[in-house]
Design a protein around this ligand. Structure first.
Ligand SMILES: Cc1cc2nc3c(=O)[nH]c(=O)nc-3n(C[C@H](O)[C@H](O)[C@H](O)COP(=O)(O)O)c2cc1C
Length: 369
């Protein structure tokens, strides 16, 4: 257990150990628990740290390991069939008795069946991703006793989701890996956290250390969601080549996809640059030239662009083709420097958070004297 007791009379600002002395020792563990209590209670776990669902990566091994280490694992359904999802849920339940969630993509053609699988298998929390869920979708899950988490890209949408019955919100900034919105985590946090207090709000995107977790909790968040930091977990089934690419990468290598022509929109995705990224630019140039020459319709061109990355994440994560596959990664990839167990990752984050709280406390005390 990561515990940080600091004597507020101790002059070493960076001390994070326990000591006695003039004052009462500052219990940083308790302070952190108080800060994220609402989030931890909502999720039903020890630390209000969600392991953000990552298609192909967040399967039963990683999800159960995150939950067993005190966080909240979330299964990525992605494009799975209802049967496959049911198998994954059962496999996760065999590996942990602790709480975990399931992430469903709203655009999935079998969304209704997938929700029924979650209900039937006793999943307690569903994260609805890839858009804004309808009131009806939220109601179906809630009526079955399932807690629903939605994504709020703006305060107005967050408030609508709260009115429609979601139990919690995630705000995810553009530093994140995978599909991203246009606004950074720090700006979203300032825009949304002061506006929404009815439900717990979890902050995601670019979080790699405990100090950052503390800063969002102190702004009013109830917890956080991290994806990139868990890719190289020992328990992650990601291919060794995929993990190596993460360990070698710097923050600046995780870039948002580039769109060459407004006639051919590109869905923004943050990933590590590789040969596939170059080929994607070539593909767009070719499509634009063919369209301008009247050789293809805009629709056909758009189809080519949209299908370019089909199956590419699987190719990189599972097959290890890191040249041509998609290396979805957030900017926090620069803080991934080795393979660590989920327990080590979570303990590191918690210890950093507690030490930071202790340092802040010490600084406050010094200001008051
Ligand atoms: C490889 C990869 C795959 C992802 N797949 C999904 C997904 O299927 N569904 C989803 O809601 N988010 C997905 N995400 C986003 C994560 O759930 C999480 O919100 C994000 O990684 C948090 O930001 P961070 O990468 O800076 O930690 C993915 C992220 C990565 C890196």
């Amino acid at each position: 257990m990561a515990k940080t007791l600091i004597d507020i009379g101790n002059s070493d600002r960076h001390s994070s150990g326990s000591s006695s002395g003039s004052g009462h020792p500052y219990d940083a563990e308790k302070a952190l628990m108080r800060l994220w209590q609402r989030g931890a209670e909502f999720l039903g776990c020890r630390y209000a740290i969600m392991g953000g669902a990552m298609s192909w990566v967040s399967e039963s091994h990683l999800v159960a390991a995150i939950s067993n280490a005190g966080g909240f694992g979330v299964l990525a359904c992605g494009s799975m069939s209802p049967e496959l999802l049911a198998n994954q849920i059962t496999a996760t339940q065999q590996k942990t008795t602790l709480a975990f969630g399931v992430n469903l993509i709203l655009l999935h053609p079998q969304l209704d069946q997938l929700m029924q699988v979650c209900i039937r298998t006793g999943v307690k929390t569903v994260v609805l991703a890839g858009g804004v869920p309808s009131r009806e979708t939220v109601a179906v899950l809630k009526a079955a006793g399932v807690k629903v988490i939605g994504f709020a890209p703006t305060a107005a949408i967050g408030k609508k989701l709260v009115r429609d019955g979601v139990g919690a919100l995630i705000i995810e900034g553009s530093e994140a890996g995978g599909h991203i919105g246009p606004v950074s985590t720090s700006v979203l946090a300032q825009e949304i956290l002061p506006e929404i207090s009815q439900v717990p709000v979890f902050v995601a995107g670019g979080i790699g250390r405990g100090e950052s977790i503390v800063s969002y909790l102190q702004m009013g968040a109830s917890g956080v969601q991290l994806g990139t930091r868990f890719v190289c977990a020992t328990e992650s089934i990601a291919h060794a080549n995929f993990k190596r690419a993460f360990i070698n990468a710097k923050a600046r290598d995780a870039v948002a996809s580039v769109q060459l022509d407004p006639n051919f929109p590109v869905i923004p995705v943050r990933a590590l640059l590789n040969h596939g990224s170059e080929e994607f630019l070539n593909e767009q140039s070719e499509v634009i030239a063919l369209f301008k020459a009247g050789k293809i319709t805009q629709y056909d061109g758009q189809q080519r662009i949209e299908h370019f990355w089909a199956g590419a994440l699987r190719r990189a994560v599972i097959d290890g083709d890191v040249e041509n596959g998609s290396l979805m990664a957030g900017q926090s990839v620069g803080m991934v420097s080795s393979e660590q167990s989920c327990d080590e990752i979570l303990q590191e984050l918690v210890t950093q958070a507690q030490s930071h709280l202790a340092v802040l406390r010490q600084a406050n005390m010094e200001l008051m004297t």
